[in-house]
Design a protein around this ligand. Structure first.
Ligand code: ITT
Length: 192
């Protein structure tokens, strides 16, 4: 099955392709030649639907989108829906991680979670799938794999950060992995 993943993020694309496997031909926005899609909602669900709907409106193709946020308890849930631009418009992953470490300096409550909402629009109907993983924010970065906040996120029950573990292990427990597994199950059922 061919399906559009409404993202410009190549790390997300790679993770999703690995989880969905060879039965799905996943094309992303650079491959469609699609420009950046505005994300103006104040919820993950709103932004995921906005990205998916944009592709349906402009390309008339079945499509899903992922919006993800890191919620940190000691920061009242920030950066949350603003995770991509936490350190400002056009910032790098490293800028965001350094800002987070700065804001967390001296905080003893290190609890955090990643949340992903996937919005699927299939034959004009909308479906939502959610995934979450709980963990802690470290005081310094560990590991070089992954992307975003991975070097400072230690998932509960593991002694490696998302940036230290191999991609298969991250995908098997991550927010995105869990949401995409639900999407995959839905698509398999839907095909019958
Ligand atoms: P698209 O909107 O094009 O999909 P994006 O990078 O802007 O890509 P989001 O709006 O969902 O994606 O932004 C979420 C940010 O959260 C992202 O830029 C990363 O900094 C971070 N993030 C998302 N998934 C992550 C993951 O699995 N591990 C670490 N950080 C992640």
């Amino acid at each position: 099955m061919e399906i559009i993943f409404a993202t410009h993020n190549l790390h997300k694309t790679e993770e999703v392709r690995a989880i969905l496997g060879p039965d799905y031909l996943v094309r992303n926005l650079p491959e469609l030649g699609c420009p950046d899609i505005p994300e103006t909602a104040d919820t993950l669900q709103g932004n995921a639907l906005q990205k998916a709907q944009y592709v349906v409106d402009h390309y008339h193709l079945n499509c899903f989108a992922d919006d993800t946020g890191l919620e940190v308890e000691a920061l009242d849930g920030r950066p949350g829906v603003f995770s991509a631009r936490y350190a400002g418009e056009g910032c790098s992953y490293q800028d965001n991680v350094l800002k987070l470490l700065g804001e967390m300096h001296g905080k003893t409550n290190r609890k955090a979670c990643f949340k992903t909402v996937i919005a699927l629009i299939l034959d004009g109907k909308q479906y939502l799938f959610e995934g979450r993983v709980d963990g802690r924010i470290l005081t310094e970065q560990r590991g070089t794999d992954g992307f975003g906040y991975d070097p400072v996120f230690l998932p509960d029950g593991f002694d490696q950060t998302f940036a230290e573990m191999d991609a298969t292990t991250k995908n098997s427990i991550s927010h995105r992995g869990r949401a995409i597994q639900k999407l995959k199950t839905f698509l398999m059922e839907h095909k019958k």
